[in-house]
Design a protein around this ligand. Structure first.
Ligand SMILES: Nc1nc2c(ncn2[C@@H]2O[C@H](COP(=O)(O)OP(=O)(O)OP(=O)(O)O)[C@@H](O)[C@H]2O)c(=O)[nH]1
Ligand SMILES: [Mg+2]
Length: 466
């Protein structure tokens, strides 16, 4: 993307493996943060991990690991202890001398972790933390390293900010970002240590940084009003689609929703091998066209530890999914971590109130599992466990055809037959009838045309009343 910096920023990832996180989940989360970083144009050149009972309250990592991180930033451990010289002395800046707070684990892990640290000739320019951290933890890490620190939420918010296209998506992201910034304002004002470009989320030269809390609140209120107005518009649009068969593609980011949207509707929605490529909902009829018409919508992807405010703010975007008669839940079957992704998606759907919408599981990217044999055995295993699922590759037209047929069959079950009378002076209804129904026959009498149709019951009722 043109808005990524041409030279990637060098960053280190910092992650603590908490007791309830197994090695596999930990590795998957790290790999995901890597990809999130790459989406922002950040090159992860080092990873510092540590097993601890909890995040260190002051600076996430214990003393030893913090010193390693400082070295990566080209600083010695002595530097950066309240290096801003404002004499403010945050209490949680004090070097931690307590025993038994997890430093033993630090020692024990030193050897294993040494391999994870790839030393770089050039100092890192940013730190990505694979947790949500408190403003004071972020501040302490910034003081210790002198570089920009982004936690997982900040990274995701920055991606959303860059990818938002529609007014509604932009407003939604900005509200969440402003809310995220309010408790961090104190530190924003200083920031003299990291004026070198930056990733953007909290980087230099952004006018919103100068706003004080009150102005931010005003701005949030203004954006909320704007969103309400947009939501009203969207409601009107959706009301027009209410009587139609609608299916929404939902799932983890990068699962292939937009690729399926393209394949199933012939539309040119954006597809990319980056996280959160899609932030806006797009609605298109299925192609080849079906009678009655079935509308398909593409939606924003989900991710593990999705910032809470974002779930809430994208609820209006996801309302499309809530109102759909069917959710096609797309899963990347080639991702080793797909089960967790399926679980996350299911949880978020429940959270936004879509837990009860009928669901069709779609295991995508089967072409990527490696060879015909692997494909067959994976397909078999998946279907044994999820017999109702569709296993496919969005890149194979025949597979997409099967999914098309499954969607049509789902809605066909609900269709009913009935008659619609259209007087000769109301022939404009004809077009609507042909789009919204399967026309089985037409008869003529003195007053007009009588269509025998198959349609959704709501649609039939509306046309009969028209
Ligand atoms: N090999 C293979 N790649 C696929 C398949 N489906 C999608 N992809 C690729 O996977 C990447 C992500 O696809 P998208 O369709 O953008 O995924 P998405 O679910 O819309 O992602 P977000 O919009 O970020 O939530 C792209 O590089 C696609 O080309 C598939 O069946 N096989
Ligand atoms: Mg997409």
């Amino acid at each position: 993307m043109s808005d990524s910096p041409p030279v990637p920023l060098r960053a280190a990832i910092v992650a603590v493996q908490l007791p309830d996180v197994d090695d596999r989940a930990f590795a998957a989360s790290l790999a995901e943060l890597h990809r999130l970083g790459r989406t922002l144009g950040v090159a992860v050149v080092a990873t510092i991990t540590q097993r601890r009972q909890t995040l260190h309250p002051a600076a996430v990592l214990g003393k030893g690991k913090l010193a390693e991180l400082q070295a990566l930033a080209g600083r010695s451990a002595a530097q950066g202890d309240d290096g801003d010289g404002d004499g403010e002395g945050d209490e949680d800046d004090a070097p931690d001398e307590r025993a038994g707070d997890g430093f033993e684990a630090d020692e024990g892990d030193r050897q294993a972790d040494a391999a994870a640290v790839v030393s770089t000739p050039l100092p890192i320019e940013a730190v990505l933390v694979d947790h949500d951290i408190s403003p004071s933890q972020a501040r302490n890490l910034e003081k210790a390293t002198g570089v920009e620190v982004l936690d997982r939420t900040a990274v995701i918010l920055e991606i959303f900010r860059r990818h938002a296209r529609s007014r509604a998506a932009k407003a939604q992201v900005e509200i969440v970002r402003l809310q995220y910034m309010v408790p961090r304002l104190r530190e924003q004002g200083k920031g003299k240590d990291r004026q070198r470009g930056g990733i953007g989320g909290k980087g230099a030269g952004e006018s919103s940084l100068e706003l004080d809390r009150r102005k931010i609140r005003d701005r949030i209120a203004e954006l909320t009003r704007e969103l309400d107005a947009l939501a009203e518009e969207q409601r009107t649009q959706r009301a027009r689609r209410r009587d139609m068969s609608r299916v929404a593609l939902v799932g983890y980011t990068n699962a292939g929703k937009s690729t399926l949207m393209r394949a199933l509707t012939g539309s040119e929605v954006y597809v990319a091998d980056r996280l959160f490529a899609t932030l806006d909902t797009t609605v298109r009829p299925l192609v080849p066209a079906t009678r009655p018409r079935v509308l398909l919508s593409d939606t924003v992807g989900f991710i593990d530890k999705l910032p809470h405010g974002l779930v809430a703010s994208f609820k209006s975007t996801l309302d499309e999914a809530l109102e759909a008669g069917l959710l096609a839940q797309v899963v990347d079957a080639s991702d080793p971590n797909f089960e967790r992704q399926l679980q996350v998606t299911t949880e978020v759907l429940a959270e936004i109130g879509a837990g009860d919408v009928p669901r069709l599981l779609v295991f995508n990217k089967i072409d990527r599992v490696g060879g015909t044999e692997a494909e067959e055995s994976t397909t078999r295993t998946l279907l044994e466990r999820w017999p109702e699922a569709v296993v496919l590759s969005a890149r194979r037209p025949a597979d997409v055809g099967r999914l098309h047929a499954r969607i049509v069959a789902f809605f066909a079950r609900d269709l009913v037959e009935g008659e619609v009378r259209v007087p000769y002076d109301r022939q404009q209804l004809r077009g609507e009838i042909f789009a919204a129904c399967e026309v089985l026959g037409e008869r003529y009498n003195d007053e007009g045309v009588i269509f025998l149709v198959r349609a959704r019951p709501e649609m039939l009722e509306r046309l009969q009343a028209a």
